[in-house]
Design a protein around this ligand. Sequence first.
Ligand code: R5P
Length: 282
Amino acid sequence: MFLIGGTASLSIAEDLSLQSNIPIAETIIHRFPDGELYVRIKEKIEKHEILIIQTTYPDENIIELFLLLDACKRANAKKITVIIPYFGYARQDKQFKPGEPISAEALATLICVNADEIITIDPHKEHIKGFFSIPTKSVSAVPALAEYLKNKNIDVVLAPDKGALKRAKDTAKILNCEVDYLEKKRIDGSTIIIKPKQLEVKNKTVAIIDDIISTGGTMAAAITELKKQKAAKVYVACTHGLFAGAAIEKLKKAQCDEIISTETIRSAYSKVKITPVLTSLF
Ligand code: R5P
């Protein structure tokens, strides 16, 4: 068996290789002067099982994954498993308006052309796994995030909305603390209050946990309200830190005490390694 780390997920591949003793196949990946990508698998991988690790974000990493898959197939790999730390395009998981694609399904279909199995981490919605026509499983980054939060003396874990409550409950169970979700309440035409459904947060240390932070809008609004309600500290934690545009500035302006993300998308906030949740699979 060999591991192949795509550009987006090379450090995860290196960690996984160290922890699981699966060697990394030698590859060449570079860009032509016009920006097109070149990949070559130098290792003899014929009749070997291959684990390709590649986040499908941003778009250039999707092309790289397709080329790696094609190269593995042509080299007669025995079985190709793709570990997708962050499966991009997952939020367009249905047609919200006529004329739209189901982007998550379109991407899944193309990946399945040359792959035999998929492993992903915290997909945006569980039903996305059904878009792949090959065996697909997901693992949760919650144990890894909770481990990081263990020394922060968290009193309450909050989900940013009811839909995200399971993740918050799983985290709270590990941290042995209270759990609740944030509810938006419209007071009048121009006033919306975001507050925990049941719990008081005054003087408490709170962790809000979500699968994705993109623009930071959801988290920033929540932090602002929790600080208004005199929460002592507010940490925000996510599996996939996209941090689009001015997300970080928004979170800092809202007086977030710490921004925590895993390394499914590499950033300055990738403080939590996901190899512990992946190694349990091999
Ligand atoms: C939504 O369903 C997701 O779980 C996140 O809450 C959302 O993607 C966060 O987006 P933003 O950071 O742009 O508010």
